[in-house]
Design a protein around this ligand. Structure first.
Ligand SMILES: NC(=O)c1ccc[n+]([C@@H]2O[C@H](COP(=O)([O-])OP(=O)(O)OC[C@H]3O[C@@H](n4cnc5c(N)ncnc54)[C@H](OP(=O)(O)O)[C@@H]3O)[C@@H](O)[C@H]2O)c1
Length: 283
Protein backbone atom coordinates (compact mmCIF):
# COMPACT_ATOMS: atom_id res chain seq x y z
CA UNK A 1 0.00 0.00 0.00
CA UNK A 2 1.39 3.41 -0.86
CA UNK A 3 1.48 6.20 1.70
CA UNK A 4 -0.79 9.17 0.94
CA UNK A 5 1.25 12.24 0.07
CA UNK A 6 0.52 15.92 -0.18
CA UNK A 7 2.21 16.33 -3.55
CA UNK A 8 2.66 14.09 -6.57
CA UNK A 9 6.06 14.53 -8.18
CA UNK A 10 6.51 14.28 -11.96
CA UNK A 11 9.31 12.05 -13.24
CA UNK A 12 11.91 12.63 -15.94
CA UNK A 13 12.65 9.79 -18.36
CA UNK A 14 16.22 8.72 -19.09
CA UNK A 15 16.69 5.35 -20.80
CA UNK A 16 14.55 2.98 -18.78
CA UNK A 17 14.81 5.18 -15.64
CA UNK A 18 12.13 7.52 -14.35
CA UNK A 19 13.80 10.07 -12.11
CA UNK A 20 11.59 12.15 -9.80
CA UNK A 21 11.97 15.77 -10.95
CA UNK A 22 12.99 17.02 -7.50
CA UNK A 23 14.93 15.28 -4.74
CA UNK A 24 16.27 15.81 -1.25
CA UNK A 25 19.96 16.57 -0.70
CA UNK A 26 21.44 15.08 2.46
CA UNK A 27 24.99 16.41 2.77
CA UNK A 28 25.49 18.75 5.74
CA UNK A 29 21.90 18.09 6.81
CA UNK A 30 22.65 18.61 10.50
CA UNK A 31 23.42 15.85 13.00
CA UNK A 32 22.36 12.23 12.84
CA UNK A 33 18.89 12.72 14.42
CA UNK A 34 18.09 15.72 12.20
CA UNK A 35 19.16 13.78 9.11
CA UNK A 36 17.02 10.71 9.88
CA UNK A 37 13.99 12.76 10.88
CA UNK A 38 14.49 15.10 7.91
CA UNK A 39 14.45 12.21 5.45
CA UNK A 40 11.33 10.71 7.07
CA UNK A 41 9.58 14.10 7.06
CA UNK A 42 10.53 14.71 3.43
CA UNK A 43 9.17 11.33 2.36
CA UNK A 44 5.91 11.93 4.24
CA UNK A 45 5.60 15.29 2.47
CA UNK A 46 5.91 13.60 -0.91
CA UNK A 47 9.63 13.55 -1.77
CA UNK A 48 10.45 10.35 -3.63
CA UNK A 49 14.06 10.99 -4.61
CA UNK A 50 16.80 11.01 -1.97
CA UNK A 51 20.41 11.91 -2.74
CA UNK A 52 23.20 10.64 -0.53
CA UNK A 53 26.83 9.52 -0.89
CA UNK A 54 29.28 7.31 0.97
CA UNK A 55 31.36 10.45 1.50
CA UNK A 56 28.59 12.40 3.28
CA UNK A 57 28.48 9.96 6.20
CA UNK A 58 24.68 10.26 6.00
CA UNK A 59 23.80 6.83 4.57
CA UNK A 60 22.87 5.20 7.89
CA UNK A 61 20.57 8.08 8.82
CA UNK A 62 19.04 8.10 5.34
CA UNK A 63 18.28 4.37 5.73
CA UNK A 64 16.70 4.97 9.13
CA UNK A 65 14.68 7.87 7.74
CA UNK A 66 13.38 5.70 4.90
CA UNK A 67 12.29 2.96 7.31
CA UNK A 68 10.73 5.45 9.76
CA UNK A 69 8.73 7.13 6.97
CA UNK A 70 6.57 4.09 6.26
CA UNK A 71 6.96 4.76 2.53
CA UNK A 72 7.59 1.46 0.71
CA UNK A 73 11.14 1.09 -0.57
CA UNK A 74 9.84 0.48 -4.10
CA UNK A 75 8.35 3.97 -4.25
CA UNK A 76 11.64 5.69 -3.45
CA UNK A 77 14.36 6.66 -5.93
CA UNK A 78 17.52 6.37 -3.85
CA UNK A 79 20.88 7.60 -5.13
CA UNK A 80 24.32 7.09 -3.61
CA UNK A 81 27.85 7.65 -4.89
CA UNK A 82 31.28 6.02 -4.83
CA UNK A 83 34.00 8.42 -3.74
CA UNK A 84 36.94 9.30 -6.00
CA UNK A 85 39.45 7.38 -3.85
CA UNK A 86 37.58 4.10 -4.45
CA UNK A 87 37.45 3.97 -8.23
CA UNK A 88 39.70 0.91 -8.65
CA UNK A 89 37.53 -2.17 -9.30
CA UNK A 90 38.07 -3.92 -5.95
CA UNK A 91 37.69 -0.70 -3.92
CA UNK A 92 34.61 0.23 -5.91
CA UNK A 93 32.89 -3.09 -5.17
CA UNK A 94 33.74 -2.78 -1.45
CA UNK A 95 32.39 0.78 -1.35
CA UNK A 96 29.09 -0.24 -2.97
CA UNK A 97 28.67 -3.12 -0.49
CA UNK A 98 29.38 -0.74 2.39
CA UNK A 99 26.86 1.81 1.09
CA UNK A 100 24.13 -0.84 0.80
CA UNK A 101 24.91 -2.04 4.31
CA UNK A 102 24.88 1.53 5.67
CA UNK A 103 21.56 2.23 3.98
CA UNK A 104 20.09 -1.15 4.96
CA UNK A 105 18.85 -1.82 1.42
CA UNK A 106 19.48 -4.54 -1.19
CA UNK A 107 19.87 -2.10 -4.07
CA UNK A 108 19.95 1.61 -4.85
CA UNK A 109 18.11 3.16 -7.78
CA UNK A 110 21.06 5.20 -8.98
CA UNK A 111 24.77 4.72 -8.38
CA UNK A 112 27.15 7.52 -9.38
CA UNK A 113 30.89 8.00 -9.59
CA UNK A 114 31.17 10.98 -7.20
CA UNK A 115 34.15 12.77 -8.84
CA UNK A 116 36.53 11.75 -11.63
CA UNK A 117 40.02 10.58 -10.70
CA UNK A 118 42.84 11.14 -13.21
CA UNK A 119 45.02 8.55 -11.46
CA UNK A 120 42.67 5.65 -12.19
CA UNK A 121 41.79 4.44 -15.71
CA UNK A 122 38.18 5.35 -16.47
CA UNK A 123 37.74 2.04 -18.28
CA UNK A 124 38.32 0.14 -15.01
CA UNK A 125 35.89 2.36 -13.11
CA UNK A 126 33.18 2.11 -15.75
CA UNK A 127 33.49 -1.68 -15.83
CA UNK A 128 33.07 -1.71 -12.03
CA UNK A 129 30.05 0.61 -12.27
CA UNK A 130 28.43 -1.57 -14.96
CA UNK A 131 29.15 -4.70 -12.89
CA UNK A 132 27.31 -3.19 -9.90
CA UNK A 133 24.30 -2.75 -12.18
CA UNK A 134 24.54 -6.24 -13.69
CA UNK A 135 24.83 -7.71 -10.19
CA UNK A 136 21.54 -6.00 -9.25
CA UNK A 137 23.11 -3.65 -6.69
CA UNK A 138 21.79 -0.60 -8.53
CA UNK A 139 19.00 -0.17 -11.06
CA UNK A 140 20.68 2.69 -12.94
CA UNK A 141 24.10 4.27 -13.22
CA UNK A 142 25.68 7.64 -13.91
CA UNK A 143 28.48 10.04 -13.07
CA UNK A 144 28.87 13.26 -11.11
CA UNK A 145 31.17 16.22 -11.69
CA UNK A 146 32.27 15.03 -15.15
CA UNK A 147 32.73 17.52 -18.00
CA UNK A 148 31.45 16.72 -21.49
CA UNK A 149 34.73 15.17 -22.67
CA UNK A 150 34.87 12.89 -19.62
CA UNK A 151 31.18 12.05 -20.00
CA UNK A 152 31.80 10.92 -23.57
CA UNK A 153 34.80 8.87 -22.46
CA UNK A 154 32.68 7.31 -19.71
CA UNK A 155 29.88 6.47 -22.17
CA UNK A 156 32.38 4.97 -24.62
CA UNK A 157 33.93 2.76 -21.90
CA UNK A 158 30.77 1.74 -20.09
CA UNK A 159 29.14 -1.55 -21.11
CA UNK A 160 25.81 -0.34 -19.63
CA UNK A 161 23.96 2.90 -20.48
CA UNK A 162 24.39 5.95 -18.27
CA UNK A 163 21.16 7.78 -17.39
CA UNK A 164 22.32 10.63 -15.20
CA UNK A 165 24.98 13.25 -14.70
CA UNK A 166 24.97 15.14 -11.41
CA UNK A 167 26.59 18.57 -11.36
CA UNK A 168 26.35 21.93 -9.69
CA UNK A 169 23.36 23.86 -11.02
CA UNK A 170 21.83 27.21 -9.96
CA UNK A 171 21.39 30.65 -11.54
CA UNK A 172 24.94 31.81 -10.65
CA UNK A 173 26.71 29.28 -12.90
CA UNK A 174 26.41 28.59 -16.59
CA UNK A 175 25.18 25.02 -17.09
CA UNK A 176 23.91 25.58 -20.64
CA UNK A 177 26.49 23.36 -22.37
CA UNK A 178 26.55 20.46 -19.90
CA UNK A 179 22.74 20.35 -19.63
CA UNK A 180 22.43 20.38 -23.43
CA UNK A 181 25.06 17.62 -23.69
CA UNK A 182 23.00 15.54 -21.25
CA UNK A 183 19.84 16.18 -23.25
CA UNK A 184 21.52 15.11 -26.52
CA UNK A 185 22.78 11.90 -24.89
CA UNK A 186 19.45 11.09 -23.21
CA UNK A 187 20.62 11.81 -19.65
CA UNK A 188 18.86 13.70 -16.87
CA UNK A 189 21.02 16.39 -15.23
CA UNK A 190 20.69 16.41 -11.45
CA UNK A 191 21.39 19.92 -10.13
CA UNK A 192 23.20 20.02 -6.81
CA UNK A 193 23.49 23.20 -4.71
CA UNK A 194 20.32 24.35 -6.54
CA UNK A 195 19.90 27.19 -4.03
CA UNK A 196 23.56 28.13 -4.35
CA UNK A 197 23.95 26.80 -0.78
CA UNK A 198 22.10 29.89 0.43
CA UNK A 199 24.01 32.42 -1.72
CA UNK A 200 21.01 33.29 -3.90
CA UNK A 201 18.81 34.66 -1.15
CA UNK A 202 19.75 38.35 -1.51
CA UNK A 203 19.51 38.36 -5.28
CA UNK A 204 17.41 41.33 -6.46
CA UNK A 205 16.29 39.77 -9.77
CA UNK A 206 15.17 36.53 -8.15
CA UNK A 207 13.61 38.56 -5.33
CA UNK A 208 11.64 40.74 -7.76
CA UNK A 209 10.34 37.74 -9.72
CA UNK A 210 9.39 36.00 -6.46
CA UNK A 211 7.47 39.08 -5.32
CA UNK A 212 5.68 39.46 -8.65
CA UNK A 213 4.64 35.78 -8.66
CA UNK A 214 3.70 35.59 -4.97
CA UNK A 215 6.25 32.80 -4.57
CA UNK A 216 9.40 32.45 -2.48
CA UNK A 217 12.85 33.06 -3.89
CA UNK A 218 13.76 29.38 -3.36
CA UNK A 219 10.72 28.32 -5.40
CA UNK A 220 11.70 30.64 -8.26
CA UNK A 221 15.27 29.28 -8.32
CA UNK A 222 14.06 25.66 -8.30
CA UNK A 223 11.33 26.29 -10.87
CA UNK A 224 13.89 27.87 -13.23
CA UNK A 225 15.87 24.60 -13.17
CA UNK A 226 12.84 22.31 -13.49
CA UNK A 227 11.32 24.29 -16.34
CA UNK A 228 14.42 23.75 -18.48
CA UNK A 229 13.17 20.19 -18.99
CA UNK A 230 15.78 17.57 -18.15
CA UNK A 231 16.97 18.93 -14.79
CA UNK A 232 16.13 17.49 -11.36
CA UNK A 233 17.27 19.79 -8.51
CA UNK A 234 18.09 18.23 -5.12
CA UNK A 235 17.76 21.03 -2.53
CA UNK A 236 18.59 20.35 1.09
CA UNK A 237 16.75 21.81 4.09
CA UNK A 238 16.53 20.88 7.75
CA UNK A 239 13.22 22.77 8.20
CA UNK A 240 9.94 20.91 7.49
CA UNK A 241 8.30 24.13 6.27
CA UNK A 242 11.07 24.71 3.75
CA UNK A 243 11.01 21.07 2.65
CA UNK A 244 7.33 21.56 1.78
CA UNK A 245 8.02 24.94 0.15
CA UNK A 246 10.78 23.47 -2.04
CA UNK A 247 8.46 20.70 -3.22
CA UNK A 248 5.69 23.10 -4.21
CA UNK A 249 7.17 24.10 -7.57
CA UNK A 250 4.94 22.24 -10.01
CA UNK A 251 1.80 24.42 -9.85
CA UNK A 252 3.15 27.58 -11.48
CA UNK A 253 5.30 28.50 -14.46
CA UNK A 254 7.83 31.20 -15.23
CA UNK A 255 7.31 33.24 -18.39
CA UNK A 256 9.91 33.17 -21.18
CA UNK A 257 10.98 36.64 -20.07
CA UNK A 258 11.41 35.54 -16.43
CA UNK A 259 13.39 32.46 -17.55
CA UNK A 260 15.63 34.68 -19.69
CA UNK A 261 16.20 37.22 -16.89
CA UNK A 262 17.29 34.46 -14.52
CA UNK A 263 19.51 33.12 -17.31
CA UNK A 264 21.54 36.35 -17.22
CA UNK A 265 22.58 35.93 -13.56
CA UNK A 266 25.50 33.56 -14.21
CA UNK A 267 28.90 34.85 -13.02
CA UNK A 268 32.48 33.78 -13.52
CA UNK A 269 32.96 33.16 -9.78
CA UNK A 270 29.58 31.52 -9.17
CA UNK A 271 30.78 27.94 -8.78
CA UNK A 272 30.82 26.57 -5.21
CA UNK A 273 32.20 23.00 -5.49
CA UNK A 274 35.56 23.24 -7.24
CA UNK A 275 38.17 21.17 -5.38
CA UNK A 276 41.64 21.81 -6.80
CA UNK A 277 43.24 18.75 -8.36
CA UNK A 278 39.95 16.87 -8.50
CA UNK A 279 37.65 19.18 -10.48
CA UNK A 280 37.85 18.82 -14.26
CA UNK A 281 37.96 21.83 -16.61
CA UNK A 282 34.31 22.82 -16.55
CA UNK A 283 32.43 23.35 -19.82
N1 LIG B 1 27.80 15.46 -6.26
C1 LIG B 1 28.41 16.40 -5.57
O1 LIG B 1 29.64 16.57 -5.66
C2 LIG B 1 27.61 17.30 -4.65
C3 LIG B 1 28.19 18.47 -4.15
C4 LIG B 1 27.41 19.29 -3.33
C5 LIG B 1 26.10 18.92 -3.02
N2 LIG B 1 25.57 17.74 -3.50
C6 LIG B 1 24.18 17.34 -3.16
O2 LIG B 1 23.29 18.43 -3.41
C7 LIG B 1 22.53 18.70 -2.23
C8 LIG B 1 22.11 20.16 -2.19
O3 LIG B 1 23.21 21.03 -2.16
P1 LIG B 1 23.63 21.83 -0.85
O4 LIG B 1 23.09 21.11 0.34
O5 LIG B 1 25.09 22.05 -0.88
O6 LIG B 1 22.98 23.28 -1.05
P2 LIG B 1 21.53 23.89 -1.42
O7 LIG B 1 20.48 22.85 -1.43
O8 LIG B 1 21.72 24.75 -2.61
O9 LIG B 1 21.29 24.90 -0.21
C9 LIG B 1 21.05 24.47 1.09
C10 LIG B 1 20.92 25.71 1.97
O10 LIG B 1 19.73 26.43 1.61
C11 LIG B 1 18.90 26.58 2.76
N3 LIG B 1 17.51 26.44 2.29
C12 LIG B 1 16.93 25.33 1.76
N4 LIG B 1 15.67 25.59 1.39
C13 LIG B 1 15.42 26.89 1.73
C14 LIG B 1 14.29 27.73 1.60
N5 LIG B 1 13.16 27.31 1.04
N6 LIG B 1 14.40 29.02 2.07
C15 LIG B 1 15.54 29.46 2.62
N7 LIG B 1 16.66 28.71 2.76
C16 LIG B 1 16.60 27.43 2.31
C17 LIG B 1 19.32 25.49 3.72
O11 LIG B 1 19.14 25.93 5.05
P3 LIG B 1 18.13 25.20 6.10
O12 LIG B 1 18.60 23.79 6.25
O13 LIG B 1 18.32 26.04 7.33
O14 LIG B 1 16.76 25.31 5.49
C18 LIG B 1 20.81 25.36 3.42
O15 LIG B 1 21.56 26.33 4.14
C19 LIG B 1 23.46 18.24 -1.11
O16 LIG B 1 22.80 18.12 0.13
C20 LIG B 1 23.99 16.96 -1.68
O17 LIG B 1 23.03 15.92 -1.55
C21 LIG B 1 26.30 16.95 -4.34
Amino acid sequence: MSVATAVSIPTLPAGDAKIPAIGLGTSNLGGSKVRGEGVATALKLGYRHIDTAWKYGSERDVGEGIRASGVPRGEIFLCTKVSHEYLRAADFARSVDESLENLGVDYVDLLLVHWPNKEIPLEETMAALAKAKRDGLTRHIGVANFNIALLDEAIAHCPEPLVNLQGEGHPYIDTTRIVEACRQRGLVFTAYCPLGRGRLFDDPVLGAIAKAKGRTLAQIALRWLIQRGNIAPIPRSSHPGRLAENLDVFSFTLSDDEMARIGTLKRADGRIANPPGRAPTWD
